[in-house]
Design a protein around this ligand. Structure first.
Ligand SMILES: [Zn+2]
Length: 401
């Protein structure tokens, strides 16, 4: 029985296409129920991120804190029937924690129904093949994307703001986005580590333009455990781990995509397949699905002349069973990615300027196609990023006495 085959395939194709690119109601707790009732907001225009934040997400020398990010998501929710904010709980430091369900208006009106379909398929005891396939056809693909749980890997939590805007604002004019929203219910977490996003954002803001602009954070961005918030899935000690686990088990998304930011230089993004060893209890079908998703993303990036994706290597195996974001469960495909961490400047340009087209480096253990390095250089120049990069470097130099 393969009740997930059709919905997973739809999720793969449509979510990847997406990646390439109100009146108050009673709040209910972590089940992820709506914090607002559906209402018609069609007449309101969709606010741009910069109209709320004062800068574009990802702009140099700016980082949105979690509060600023949520202010944007609330403004988006107030303006569009394609967004529904869900209350999932509270963080260790007491922040209200939300995720955004983004889909067509019709799908959001039946959100509880589609959640139940996904849950039934994820726990198929008693379902026969016919009923399972009928449910798979009836359901929508639930795709979960989050802004990362390592707060100093800043790109993810800035990206989720932009992704929400692109999907909600683009559906009227772009049939591709409309098709995504018709077939996919995106569960978009602004961040998996809200406390850390604000801690890092405020630290950076206090130091930007000073000699300490890129000084390391002098405290943990996750209470007690810092970076090891991604090693807690086997005992769920952290509040955040429990909220995430409960939410994923409440919704049973078929794809869970968690951002990281640590692709080895000179590459741009690391994607599955993982390096060996792979956990021996990971169901083979899930591993194959994760690998397929990773390669499909890379294929799409290549087709759009966005070089720099790599796979496997030596740094990212899938052996440890306690990662929050590599679920050794048969019903979901968990995906990690690592965008190279150059948080304050344009990574492509910095990479390009460290490379020579004639002698691209080949870091040990990195499966980097040789043409990629040359194309990184060409792409940085073609995009006219040189002056931008000089400004970046000037900013970085300020840290060096
Ligand atoms: Zn990370």
């Amino acid at each position: 029985m393969r009740p997930h085959a059709s919905s997973a395939a739809r999720a793969l194709l449509l979510a990847l296409a997406c990646l390439a690119a109100p009146p108050a109601a009673a709040q209910t707790p972590a089940s992820g129920r709506p914090t607002r009732a559906p209402s018609s907001k069609a007449a309101r225009s969709v606010p741009t991120p910069e109209s709320v934040l004062g800068f574009q997400p990802g702009a140099d020398f700016h980082l949105a804190t979690y509060e600023e990010s949520i202010a944007y998501f609330r403004a988006l929710d107030a303006a569009s029937d394609r967004v529904r904010l869900l209350d999932v709980g509270r963080t260790t430091l007491g922040r209200d924690w939300i995720l955004a369900a983004i889909s067509s208006t019709e799908n959001l009106e039946r959100l509880d129904h589609y959640r139940e379909v996904a849950r039934r398929l994820a726990h198929p005891e008693g379902l026969d093949d016919t009923a399972a396939h009928a449910l798979a056809r009836e359901g929508k693909a639930l795709v979960d994307i989050s802004g990362g749980l390592h707060a100093t890997e800043v790109a993810g939590a800035q990206h989720t703001i932009r992704l929400a805007y692109d999907l909600v604002s683009g559906a009227d004019a772009d049939p591709r986005i409309r098709a995504i929203l018709d077939n996919v219910i995106l569960l978009l977490w602004p961040s998996l580590n809200p406390d850390g996003q604000t801690i890092v954002g405020e630290w950076y803001r206090a130091n930007v333009g000073t000699p300490y602009e890129v000084a390391p954070l002098p405290r943990l961005y996750q209470a007690y455990v810092g970076h090891d918030n991604n090693r807690d899935a086997y005992m769920l000690n952290m509040v955040e781990s429990r909220v995430v686990e409960r939410t994923w088990r409440t919704w049973e998304p078929q794809i869970i995509y968690v951002h990281h930011q640590s692709s080895p230089l000179p590459t741009r993004i690391w994607l599955p397949p993982f390096a060996d060893p792979i956990a021996n209890r990971a169901p083979p079908l899930m591993s194959r699905t994760v690998n397929t998703i990773g390669m499909t993303i890379a294929q799409m990036l290549e087709s759009r002349e966005m070089p720099g994706a790599v796979h496997m290597g030596t740094g990212f195996d899938a052996w440890y069973p306690g990662y929050v974001d590599y679920a050794h469960a048969p019903e979901s495909g968990g995906v990690l990615d690592g965008n190279r961490a150059v948080p304050l400047c344009d990574a492509a340009l910095l990479h390009a300027e460290r490379l020579s087209p004639e002698s691209p480096p080949s870091p040990a253990g990195v499966s980097l196609p040789q043409p990629v390095a040359r194309r990184l250089v060409a792409s940085g120049r073609r995009r006219g990023l040189h002056a931008h990069g000089v400004a970046c470097r000037a900013g970085l130099r300020r840290q060096v006495p």
